[in-house]
Structure formats: structure tokens, C-alpha cells
Design a binder for this molecule. Sequence first.
Ligand SMILES: N[C@@H](CCC(=O)N[C@@H](CS)C(=O)NCC(=O)O)C(=O)O
Length: 230
Amino acid sequence: MTILLYDLVGRDESRPFSPHCWKATMALAHKGLDISTAPTRFLEVPTIEGGASKTVPVIRDGDKVVIDSFAIALYLDEAYPDRPTLFGGEGGKAMARFIERWSQLTIHPYVTTAAIVDLHTMQDEENAAYFRQSREQRLGRRLEDVVAARDAGLTAFRASLEPLRSMLAYQPFIGGAAPLFADYIVFGALQWARIATPYQLLENSDVVAQWFCRCLDLHGGLGRKVAAAA
Ligand SMILES: N[C@@H](CCC(=O)N[C@@H](CS)C(=O)NCC(=O)O)C(=O)O
């Protein structure tokens, strides 16, 4: 059976950009499950599945609707135990939660700083107005004032990735020899940046950039199906 993924898009349906939806996309591919996607714009999110969620990703698998990227990965491992694991067991689930919090609190704020104006530009008129209003309220500043800080923050952002960078001296993926959901969590954050903005967050020589390229190659180059922002 095909699993339906509600995937966040802007004006261009072929450029899904949400970090959390990318986590779900990679998790579904890791499991080798067939999917169809429902391109969803910000203002459509509250209407999907009868108003089941305020955010995407949301999946429908037969009768089952699952909300939240982490919950989706947990569900997929439980519902499809014969497919490749996303967590490698209970300890893996707990540690993936640490990676999720680290990514959300360390990587997401800087991607927001770097890409917020480009993310606004990706939306159609109605959704751009919603995006500006909701984000300016959340951030307490105009989008243009947020992005003005990106050059000043770049060195500190790159330094903040040192735990990941130094780990990559031991193993090619966060999951070890092969990727797990923890890899897709961090991948989602950097893929969000890659699709939204041409601003270069990582130097090409950075081992984190090399790990990210390995993730782009996974599952038949799924991540590369959307070109980097130019
Ligand atoms: N914890 C949730 C977060 C999902 C989330 O924040 N999704 C954003 C898109 S990246 C969203 O749907 N936002 C709706 C809005 O801002 O109106 C998850 O991991 O799925």
C-alpha cells in the first residue's frame, strides 16, 4: 500500500523544503516504502486530514494518520519491523532524541537566520504574507533584520558543528557504518538550507559537507532530486 506524505512546498511544487518533511521523506525511503506526496502550502496545513495537525509532516498509512517527523519514524519502525531499522533498537531511539534536540537548538536557529528571506521569497503571495507575519511575530524582528546577522554568525555556526565533525573521524554516518534516522534529522536541517538559499553554510572541504553529500547520494540520490538554490 502506498503511504501518503503531506509535504510542505512553496510556489514551486517540485521544491519541497521543510526540514521535518525531509526527515520523513528519507525515513520512508530508508524503509523502502512506496509513497505518494500531497504538496501542501503553509495555509493548507490546518485543513489536511480534517484539521489533524498544525504542522507537517503528516502521513496517512491506510487508516492510520501520524503527525510529527519523529513520531512518523517511530511508527514506521514499529509497523514495518522487517524493513531496515531507523533506530537500531531502544537505545537508538533515545539517542536520536538527543540528536533531534541538538539539531533543533543548534542548527535550526542559524539556518533560520541565513535563509529566512529566501524562504519568504519561495512562497506565493498569500503564503508569503502569512510567513512574514508569523515569523516576524515569533522572531520579534523584520525578516530582513534577521538575515542581516548571518555573516557575523557564520564562524560560530561552523564551530558549533564540531561535535559532528569530530565524530566523523570515527565513522561515516551518525548511525555508524550506515545511516539511521539520526542522520536524516541533521540532513533535514541542512537540506532545508540547501534548497532555500544559495548562501554557503559549509566549506566544501568540511567533513560535515562530505557527510552531507553522502546523505544526498542515499536512496538513489533522493535528496538531489531537488536542485540546490541558485
Ligand atoms: N516537531 C514537528 C515540527 C514540524 C514543523 O514545525 N513543521 C513546520 C514546517 S517545517 C510547519 O508545518 N509549520 C506550519 C506553520 O508554520 O504554519 C516535526 O518534527 O514534525
